[in-house]
Design a protein around this ligand. Sequence first.
Ligand SMILES: *[C@@H]1O[C@H](CO)[C@@H](O)[C@H](O)[C@H]1NC(C)=O
Ligand SMILES: *[C@@H]1O[C@H](CO)[C@@H](O)[C@H](O)[C@H]1NC(C)=O
Ligand SMILES: *[C@@H]1O[C@H](CO)[C@@H](O)[C@H](O)[C@H]1NC(C)=O
Ligand SMILES: *[C@@H]1O[C@H](CO)[C@@H](O)[C@H](O)[C@H]1NC(C)=O
Ligand SMILES: *[C@@H]1O[C@H](CO)[C@@H](O)[C@H](O)[C@H]1NC(C)=O
Ligand SMILES: *[C@@H]1O[C@H](CO)[C@@H](O)[C@H](O)[C@H]1NC(C)=O
Length: 400
Amino acid sequence: MANIKHIITFVMLWIVTMHLCIAKSKNDELDSVTYSSFLSVKPQDDPYFPDDQWLVNAIQEIAYYLRNHKFNEWDRRHIKNKPKSSSIGFYAAFPEPKLRSVHWQVRENCGQNFYKCISYLYSVIDSAPFTRSDDVSMMLSRNESFSNDTAISDLNKDCKRSLKYAEKTGLPFDTPFDKFFWRTSASYYMCWYTMLGTPALSMIGESCDNFANCLDSKLRHRNYDPRSDDKLSFACAIHSFCPDPCCPVKRVRSIDECPNIKKNPCLIENNKSANISNRQCLFNRQENQNLEDIIANNWNVSCHCKEKGFEWKSKFGMCTDINECTNNQHNCDGKTQTCLNLPGSYQCICKWDYFYDPEIKKCVNRNIVLKPSRNESFSYFKIFDDFKGFLELIGLWHTP
Ligand SMILES: *[C@@H]1O[C@H](CO)[C@@H](O)[C@H](O)[C@H]1NC(C)=O
Ligand SMILES: *[C@@H]1O[C@H](CO)[C@@H](O)[C@H](O)[C@H]1NC(C)=O
Ligand SMILES: *[C@@H]1O[C@H](CO)[C@@H](O)[C@H](O)[C@H]1NC(C)=O
Ligand SMILES: *[C@@H]1O[C@H](CO)[C@@H](O)[C@H](O)[C@H]1NC(C)=O
Ligand SMILES: *[C@@H]1O[C@H](CO)[C@@H](O)[C@H](O)[C@H]1NC(C)=O
Ligand SMILES: *[C@@H]1O[C@H](CO)[C@@H](O)[C@H](O)[C@H]1NC(C)=O
């Protein structure tokens, strides 16, 4: 007896251990790293928690460096030389197709701890030949009258020169391609931490309405894009680290432009609608927190659907029928009725062996209703009408 008990205990222990191993190896993959595990850690208990000023400065440097990537870089995997400006920038989506692998050092440092991530990214950027403190536009946005025009123009020439050098050499990385690879990977993680609502990213403490590219020939040091208003929660972090799937253009002057731009995913559904708020596209952080899907540009946005019973599906980029039957939005009596999903609605129909009794408005067993009235098949006619409507909709039926 004792022996069997031991064997059983051993087998059970073995099973538990195997499970733990599987769980552990799964945890090493990037998608299963959950934020909750480090949200529950108070920053003070976090060995990587830095002092405030250091953190603010580090985030500003990283935001600037990745903004330069977002607005001025191109896909180095396919294009060797700088293309014309229309095909530069990742403000619509991260590089497509996604990177086949994420830079291993970025993954090592950013996969588990936000502060460790910031500390690593900052240390790399610190040795780059062109950073935020070299950009005249950052100096000007801090103090517009810090110098006279001649001096500013000279500073801008220096700025452009070091920018060009950094672009050409790819420093502090071995090649420009390595830089592209590293900065894309860093953007993935920084965007992820933004979507997760990491408090330190809610405001970065300085203006981010520039393309991190020295003085712009037309816009000078500020572009006044309302999406980069640091007073709005997470606006600068999103503007620096993430694409904008709702408003995928480099710059808007007013937020009212977004509903009307051609690439607004909500425009197709509502292009005839005069009511502009029907074209509003919503990009919620809460719906975009899966790292794997962030990397793959599987963004979730919400659009208004003009027909009742339809909902927006980002996956398909269109309004699709809500299946009331499978998501329990129906009120059919499970015992006597079956739910039938219809375009935009649903219908309760009597189960096999049950008939509709119009007097009590219920499906009753055949044995009880001896003389069926004309109305008993009412629900079937209704369904046929709906079905006909559906066929008409897809062009298979024409009412004479
Ligand atoms: C801006 O720079 C000018 C010239 O260096 C200086 O006189 C002025 O006090 C600065 N303003 C602020 C707000 O720092
Ligand atoms: C502009 O400033 C520079 C140094 O800051 C000075 O040498 C130059 O004389 C100034 N030019 C004018 C027109 O004020
Ligand atoms: C609305 O979109 C449809 C389909 O894309 C297109 O055929 C139609 O011309 C558009 N209408 C307007 C007013 O833009
Ligand atoms: C426009 O659409 C929004 C959202 O669908 C609605 O709340 C609002 O009442 C509409 N306004 C007008 C003038 O129809
Ligand atoms: C978008 O939503 C789908 C379905 O809920 C989810 O699987 C996916 O991870 C989401 N995308 C992001 C970027 O989180
Ligand atoms: C059948 O139903 C209709 C409306 O639902 C009602 O007006 C009519 O009186 C009913 N006929 C019988 C025979 O119950």
